[in-house]
Design a protein around this ligand. Structure first.
Ligand SMILES: NC(=O)c1ccc[n+]([C@@H]2O[C@H](COP(=O)([O-])OP(=O)(O)OC[C@H]3O[C@@H](n4cnc5c(N)ncnc54)[C@H](O)[C@@H]3O)[C@@H](O)[C@H]2O)c1
Length: 297
């Protein structure tokens, strides 16, 4: 048990309650997102579970409603691999909610076989980075109107080995699923860095998170990782433990001066030199806008 405790990592310490606050979490029907949604619902927020599969979302939502006695856990359709679906989600949300205090860009795919999103983007880049980039862009005015507000982006320790391959961003010349995942997670850290700069003075702050090595469905595409996760289960966090750093970044008081930074085990943590490169962050921002056909100054 003491070894388990050691690897469980930090715990979100704040007791802050969230009545009247509105939260959107992507991919919250399973894993870290579901446990993050459960804790935010327990604290009284209205929580939107934004997910691909409404049935799975409803099953998670009814479990959370029963567990937390909070009836305000709602499910809406969002497929991050299709910009039409992202736009439809944002349109519906903006029509029904006048406020948004916390956006948690949590959904993700890892090590999936080479494939493309509906818009022709490589899947890791399209879902993990571009999908959340567009979603944040579409919801930003509502976040600003609701300030103080926060955007939490689930990145990963995998960003340390990631590289933004501008000459082959979509892996068309050479595809390797690990490179593609690591690139997308580095993109999450760079996006957070650049977004924080652009949000200065708006009351909206943003944070990148490594949740730890967490038992979840993320490794489903890799037999080897499934096996390793099982063999070394003592070192692997539960989804509840994995949700703590997201919760810390969404809730902890006084975090605003650390907007744009990267957190692990509920503490600010150093990022790789590539993740500190402002030129790369700006270039990625411009390329993302170009690919998505948006103007985000
Ligand atoms: N599990 C880990 O060890 C670990 C480590 C580092 C970072 N992370 C990050 O944490 C986040 C959550 O992962 P998890 O471990 O809970 O995995 P998970 O697979 O349990 O959850 C990911 C969620 O994303 C959703 N999703 C996938 N594609 C989607 C799409 N196109 N549209 C909408 N939703 C989509 C899935 O349905 C699922 O609900 C991910 O961003 C992941 O990269 C996880």
């Amino acid at each position: 048990p003491s070894i388990r405790k050691f690897f469980a990592g930090g715990v979100c310490q704040t007791n802050i309650q969230l009545p009247g606050k509105v939260v959107v979490i992507t991919g919250a029907n399973t894993g870290i997102g579901k446990e993050t949604a459960r804790e935010l619902a327990r604290r009284g927020a209205r929580v939107y579970i934004a997910c691909r599969d409404i049935l799975k979302g409803e099953s998670a939502a009814s479990e959370i409603r029963a567990d937390t006695k909070n009836s305000q856990v709602l499910v809406r359709k969002l497929d991050l691999s299709d910009t039409k679906s992202i736009r439809a989600f944002a349109e519906g949300f903006l029509a029904e909610e006048k406020q948004l205090h916390i956006l948690i860009n949590n959904a993700g795919v890892m090590l999936c076989p080479q494939s493309k999103t509906a818009d022709g983007f490589e899947t890791h880049l399209g879902v993990n980075h571009l999908g959340h980039f567009l979603l944040t862009y579409l919801l930003l005015e509502r976040l600003k109107e609701s300030a103080p507000a926060r955007v939490v982006n689930l990145a990963s320790v995998a960003h340390y080995v990631g590289k933004i391959r501008f000459h082959d961003l979509q892996g068309e010349k050479y595809y390797c699923s690990s490179f593609a995942y690591c690139q997308s997670k580095l993109a999450n850290v760079l996006f957070t860095r650049e977004l924080a700069k652009r949000l200065q003075g708006t009351g909206v702050t943003t944070y990148a998170v490594h949740p730890g090595i967490v038992s979840s469905e993320l490794v489903r595409h890799s037999f080897l990782l499934c096996l390793l996760w099982r063999l070394f289960s003592v070192f692997v966090k539960s989804a509840r433990e994995g949700a703590q750093t997201s919760l810390h970044c969404a809730l902890a008081e006084g975090l605003e001066p650390l907007s744009g930074k990267y957190f692990s085990d509920c503490k600010r943590t150093w990022v790789s030199p590539r993740a500190r490169n402002n030129k790369t962050a700006q270039r990625l921002w411009n390329v993302s806008c170009e690919l998505l056909g948006i103007q985000w100054e």
